[in-house]
Design a protein around this ligand. Structure first.
Ligand code: ZN
Length: 140
């Protein structure tokens, strides 16, 4: 279990230090959603480009704690190039996991699985879900 926790911490720090798909684009085809979490200073913007029902691109930018910033990077890699319906299903499942609700363990979360332990720290729940909620708002 210790090894798994270390692996999860490594995944989170890797996305925090080397965020994927970071930086917003000046492109009207993208839908933008900005959310703030005043309790810890997280400030995230997600930009999504959907074409023919497929999430073709996800961009993110913002400032905040390592949990928040890294999870925006993780979601951009996990949900990119998926049909909107599937991306939403994965996102809802992830948020259910983080908020300690029943969730489908057979849905492959990949790097997003690393945040599972957050459910034991309710004060950090918002940090881990803010980017995902912003993403959902761009495609709903
Ligand atoms: Zn935070």
């Amino acid at each position: 279990m210790r090894q798994l926790e270390n692996l999860y911490r490594q995944i989170i720090m890797d996305h925090y230090k080397k965020p994927r798909n970071k930086g917003l684009l000046d492109d009207a085809r993208y839908k933008k959603e900005h959310i703030k979490n005043p309790s810890c200073g997280d400030d995230v913007t997600i930009q999504t480009f959907v074409e023919d029902g497929i999430v073709k691109d996800i961009r993110h930018d913002g400032t905040g704690c390592s949990i928040c910033c890294s999870s925006a990077s993780v979601l951009s890699t996990r949900l990119k190039n998926l049909p909107v319906t599937e991306a939403l299903k994965i996102s809802e499942n992830y948020i259910n996991m983080i908020t300690n609700k029943p969730y489908d363990e057979t849905i492959e979360l990949e790097d997003a699985q690393a945040y599972e332990g957050i459910k034991d720290f309710p004060a950090r729940t918002k940090c881990a879900t803010i980017a995902w909620k912003a993403f959902e708002n761009t495609v709903k």
